[in-house]
Design a protein around this ligand. Structure first.
Ligand code: NAD
Length: 264
């Protein structure tokens, strides 16, 4: 059965890729697209005749099948607003937006009691498998190995470090029984002294059109391990988000799901 999807942020980099993949895959039906008032005319030109578009999610949902799953890749405050609309209507929602504050994530968690909600800072299957194995590596190597993360993204990315780098860092901190907020270092400048043992460096590079690179380093005496994930195109995130939408359509509300739940 084909999963009907509505894309919020449909004229953005990720939104356009999700619409293209959905329109070219028999498993999905693109039911509608939403973008900001400033960009909806351009979206309408791109999607002409294919499906309804709007600058208002509430308005659009009245014109699409009630079992559609909403997919939102926009900005934190927009995604939280989409979650409120989805919860009111009892519609499933997949969010891929990064840079949400703890308070915004707590709001998503409370709305997840009312409707199936999934949020993931990275929809790629490769990154999610990496998330599973990194804490095992951290434990197996032990406290003598310093852990650092470096991420690279295109110059338009607004948040830093990336949501994915922070999620990977969370897993590493947990494996050592540390609190990430106590041990994260994202800036080194000047006479900073020796690196403390209880620290995880999370550094960001920005430039060009890099889709996404994440490297985790485990550095010990005389050796180091590097685990790197390269995203070659946005299509892998788009396919992950669509797969999450199809999976979420069969889930009950109750918790804020992640891609890890889908893979389990
Ligand atoms: P983008 O700026 O290209 O696209 C965002 C789109 O949202 C734009 O078209 C913008 O007009 C639209 N928008 C803004 N306000 C809106 C509103 N009120 N209603 C509807 N649409 C609105 O950004 P992008 O590169 O597509 O990234 C979007 C988000 O997805 C970012 O947070 C990014 O970090 C994240 N991202 C997540 C993953 C993942 O796998 N989870 C992968 C890539 C990017």
């Amino acid at each position: 059965m084909s999963t009907s999807v509505v894309v919020v942020g449909a004229n953005g980099r990720m939104g356009r890729t999700i619409c293209d993949v959905a329109q070219n895959s028999p498993e999905y039906t693109l039911a509608g697209g939403v973008d900001s008032p400033a960009r909806v005319a351009e979206l309408s030109l791109r999607m002409v005749g294919k499906c309804p578009v709007s600058d208002n999610l509430q308005d659009l949902l009245g014109r699409v099948p009630a079992n559609s799953v909403i997919i939102d890749f926009t900005a934190p405050e927009v995604s939280v607003a989409s979650a409120r609309v989805a919860a009111e209507r009892g519609m499933a929602l997949v969010i891929g937006t990064t840079g949400l504050s703890n308070a915004q994530l707590a709001t998503l968690e409370s709305l997840a009691a009312k409707t199936p909600l999934l949020w993931s800072s990275n929809m790629s299957i490769g990154i999610n498998v990496m998330r599973k194995i990194l804490p095992e590596l951290a434990k197996a190597l032990g406290p003598d190995y310093d852990m650092e993360i470096m991420e690279i993204h295109h110059k338009h990315k607004k948040d830093s470090p990336s949501g994915t780098a922070l999620t990977l860092a969370e897993g590493l901190a947990k494996a050592r029984d540390w609190n990430l907020s106590d041990v994260r270092c994202s800036s080194r400048d000047g006479l900073i002294g020796e690196r403390p043992t209880e620290q995880i460096g999370v550094q960001a590079l920005r430039g060009g059109d890099v889709v996404g690179v994440h490297t985790v380093y485990f550095m010990g005496a005389g050796e180091r391990i590097e685990v790197t994930h390269h995203a070659h195109s946005r299509e892998n995130f788009a396919r992950g988000a669509l797969r999450a939408a199809a999976w979420l359509a069969g889930q009950k509300p109750g918790k804020l799901y992640g891609v890890q739940d889908m893979l389990a």
